[in-house]
Write a protein that binds this ligand. Structure first.
Ligand code: ZN
Length: 211
């Protein structure tokens, strides 16, 4: 039974209407989370996300801003590549994490602050992202352009990291190969993997995660 159907009960129209509005809100937040989690989406949505990310700060101590042990990073929260408290960072492939930290240091020296918006993900979390993308994009085929299956996702194996903000993405696109870091998908400027030797040349990009 859908929320709308539940809301049709006599005397519950007001409550039902409220629930519908809440549901819309959750859906929008879900879309933002997908954008954060390497799910792409329209430029306008990404713009909103970037704004949100810029206005929410990570808790300076304790739980790494609420980042979960399944690799989930709450909406609008970004993590330092140095933050070992978060499973999303801590469980990255050691070679990728070392390259990312080296690149982040070089970027910082040039005034560019680099954050991790998504890193390692547990299989359950990756499946939830895919499920949400299917709802957002209407089919598994379309969703797969933005979110991989747990079996195929480089995030699940710890070999992919999503970086923000946009200034850091462009810095890494320009300088990442010096550290072996390459943009992999044409539709995801934030997604990087170790795809070449340091100082080498990045391979040609795939159009999207399904490509
Ligand atoms: Zn990614």
């Amino acid at each position: 039974m859908s929320r709308v159907e539940r809301g049709r009960g006599a005397g519950r129209a007001m409550w039902g209407g409220g629930r519908r509005r809440v549901a819309v809100g959750v859906s929008a937040a879900g879309a933002l989370a997908l954008a954060a989690a390497c799910a792409g989406g329209p430029p306008a949505g990404e713009s909103v996300l970037r704004t949100l990310a810029a206005t929410v700060s990570v808790s300076p101590s304790g739980d790494a801003g609420g980042a979960g042990e399944d690799g989930r990073i709450p909406d609008g929260v970004t993590l330092s590549p140095l933050d070992d408290r978060a499973a999303a960072v801590r469980n990255l492939d050691p070679a990728l994490l070392a390259a990312l930290r080296e690149a982040a240091g070089a970027a910082k020296a040039q005034g560019i602050e680099m954050s991790v918006t998504s890193g390692w993900r547990g299989t359950g979390y990756q499946q939830r992202l895919l499920d949400r993308a299917v709802v957002t994009y209407g089919s598994l085929e379309q969703a797969r352009r933005f979110v991989n299956t747990p079996e195929k996702s480089a995030h699940v194996s710890g070999k992919a990291v999503d970086v923000g903000p946009t200034s850091a993405d462009y810095w890494l696109i320009q300088h990442g190969a010096a550290y072996g870091l390459c943009q992999v998908y044409g539709n995801e400027i934030w997604h990087f993997e170790l795809r070449t030797t340091p100082g080498g040349t990045c391979p040609a990009m795939l159009p999207d995660a399904a490509g």
